[in-house]
Ligand binder design. Structure first.
Ligand code: G6P
Length: 601
């Protein structure tokens, strides 16, 4: 949800660095972009609507060693050039890029207007440079007087932060200072430490080509850096905070498309080995976590979107394999269940990015009750990963496409492993998942992909599509619907097979494509019977199954993976969704209205 980037240091191509960095953050927002470069005491601002991918970094060749930039996902105010960041203060001496929402912006704006400030955009973000400007004016009345403009600027930013409520991460520049100042409360900001200077960005891929050494900014903290040194401060007290440097294991290659046209297809194909990486966990740790679940007084699962579907699948894994009851709620609904949390309860948080606002909120609620938090996360060092009592990394590598694919199967693999550990059958679970990983590797061959491409051609003109499943294939029906909706814009809905005759079956017409997800288990007969009910009403039945069944008009063969069937079955649907998008002329990596990392509530 909005990507921000900043550089200060010895390099003189900060403008081009900003454009390149923002391109790798484009999955966080792509309706408009902007960059501010400072040369001498002059700020050059360039901003436009549209995608930054089309911009040539070479056009930002003006020698400049300090720059900030932004790629936007609109929250307050439409997609216009005026609303694009950076925003400036009254005298155009301060530039700010911001991610998040300033909840008290109306009140602050009114106050600033009374003091003579005028505003050019409809955004909440624009109040930030004005507020900093106002705080700079009051420095004389303040005890935080400094010898330098930079010191005054940093202190003014800090005082401005104290007046904000809501979630934010922002970067600020001043024409009179060579210091880049950044602050964080609720939205991610990571520092990349290079020999030549410092990068500051919403996510690591933005500077991974330059450095793998990072420092994390936590909520309620800010930094001031001139490119040679960096100062971390506690926003509330103004005291210095000590930070460690951490080496990141991701490589640049992992963040690139390579031979693929889109990240979505590349990431689907990454599942040839990402599941094996996900289950490569410390066995003792998995057993400890299983014990924590066993002894917890109430285990709750939360996630959003695709990660939420992994949670629903886990409800089945825990129940069917270990006879253990866990409760799932979408993270955005979790606060309504806070009465059931005790210090002895456990919250399991599932998230790719580790930065989703609703997930962070759920964690906060659990922590306030003294409950323990286990997180299953992809992004190493993310807020969720750092703030949990136990963290399991799924090691899927960077996921860039908005539609989550390999993160989902990694999350489900880890959850399935825990369910097996809970049933005291960890080795059995590990073996099953290793075999499943090999079977997926075999399945993802060019012929298989071509078959799904051809199927996408057959059904691409339909505007409605339904998916059914039972047991752990039910959450996969829900996930299939999300995947198809978000990239192809076909109206797709997933149902539990048994629910059909209670309403949804009224939607079926002659030729309506209906996908049936099944395995070879005790619920297969039931779901096939539901498929026949659809077929009898004229539906075109696409069966995803280890075996061909007579009710299928089209069969997508999948390996028989037993309890890991859900992991296997979702993969052909991811490929189908990808080709439906491409064949309908949509960009699967950047679906309209969506962002990869939802850092606002
Ligand atoms: C957004 C993304 C989804 C993702 C969800 C949760 O909606 O588009 O792909 O599943 O956020 O994100 P998280 O990073 O918490 O898994």
């Amino acid at each position: 949800m909005c990507g921000i980037f900043g550089y200060v240091g010895r390099r003189v191509d900060a403008g081009s660095l900003a454009i390149d960095g923002l391109k790798s953050l484009e999955y966080r927002g792509y309706d408009s972009w902007g960059v501010a470069c400072k040369t001498g005491n002059t700020l050059t601002i360039q901003k436009e609507t549209g995608k930054i991918s089309a911009v040539d970094p070479a056009d930002f060749g003006t020698a400049c060693s300090i720059a900030i930039g932004h790629t936007r996902w609109a929250t307050h105010g439409g997609v216009t050039k005026e609303n694009a960041h950076p925003h400036l203060n009254e005298t155009s001496t301060i530039a700010v890029v911001h991610n998040g929402i300033v909840e008290n912006y109306e009140e602050l704006k009114e106050d600033l207007k009374r003091k003579g400030h005028t505003f050019r955009s409809d955004t909440d973000s624009e109040i930030l440079p004005h507020l900093i400007e106002e705080e700079l004016k009051t420095r004389d009345a303040n005890t935080e007087k400094s010898e330098s403009v930079s010191g005054d600027f940093t202190a003014a930013v800090r005082r401005a932060c104290l007046r904000l409520s809501g979630r934010y991460a922002f970067l600020a520049l001043h024409t009179e200072s060579q210091t880049l100042v950044a602050a964080r409360e609720g939205s991610p900001l990571i520092i990349g430490v290079d020999t030549d200077g410092y990068f500051i960005a919403s996510d690591i891929p933005a500077f991974l080509a330059h450095t793998r050494t990072v420092q994390y900014l936590d909520d309620g903290e800010m930094i001031a850096t001139d490119g040679k040194t960096i100062l971390f401060l506690d926003i509330r007290t103004g005291h210095e905070v000590r930070k460690r440097e951490i080496e990141i294991s991701w490589s640049v290659k992992q963040t690139q498309k390579g031979e693929y046209r889109h990240f979505m297809l590349k990431e689907i194909m990454d599942q040839k080995d990402s599941i094996a990486r996900a289950i490569n966990q410390d066995e003792e740790e998995i057993r400890t976590i299983a014990q924590a679940i066993k002894h917890a007084q109430g285990t709750f699962l939360v996630g959003c979107g695709t990660a939420g579907k992994a949670c629903v699948a886990a409800e089945y894994f825990f129940s069917v394999l270990a006879g253990h009851h866990v409760n799932y709620a979408p993270a955005s609904e979790f606060k309504l269940f806070h009465h059931f949390l005790k210090p002895e309860s456990l919250l399991i948080v599932v998230t790719q990015s580790g930065e989703t606002a609703d997930v962070l909120e759920a964690m906060k609620i659990a922590k306030a009750k003294g409950s323990k938090v286990l997180s299953i996360v992809n992004v190493q060092g993310s807020t969720v990963a750092r703030e949990s009592d136990y963290t399991l990394l799924i090691n899927a590598g960077p996921e860039r496409a908005v539609a989550s694919t390999k993160a989902l199967t990694g999350q489900m693999a880890v959850l399935l492993l825990i369910a097996y550990a809970l049933a005291d059958k960890l080795q059995e679970g590990k073996l099953l998942l290793l075999e499943t990983s090999e079977m997926i590797n075999d399945m993802l061959n060019p012929r298989y992909v071509e078959h799904l491409e051809a199927l996408a051609d057959t059904i691409k003109r339909h505007e409605n599509l339904y998916i059914i499943g039972k047991s752990w294939n039910y959450p996969m029906a829900l996930e299939s619907a999300i995947k198809i909706q978000e990239v192809s814009y076909i109206h797709a809905e997933g149902f539990a097979g048994g629910e059909l005759k209670h309403g949804p079956i009224a939607l079926i017409e002659k030729g309506t494509p209906c996908i049936v997800l099944t395995g070879k288990d005790e619920v297969t007969a039931d779901i096939l019977s539901n498929a026949r009910e659809l077929s009898a009403r004229g539906a075109f039945i696409i069966g995803v199954s280890p075996e061909r069944k007579e009710v299928f008009d089209e069969w997508i063969k999948v390996p028989d993976a037993g309890a890991a069937q859900a992991i296997v079955n979702i993969i052909p649907i991811q490929i189908l969704a990808y080709f439906l998008a491409v064949k309908r002329g949509k960009d699967p990596d950047m679906p309209r209205n969506l962002a990869k990392s939802v850092t606002v509530k």
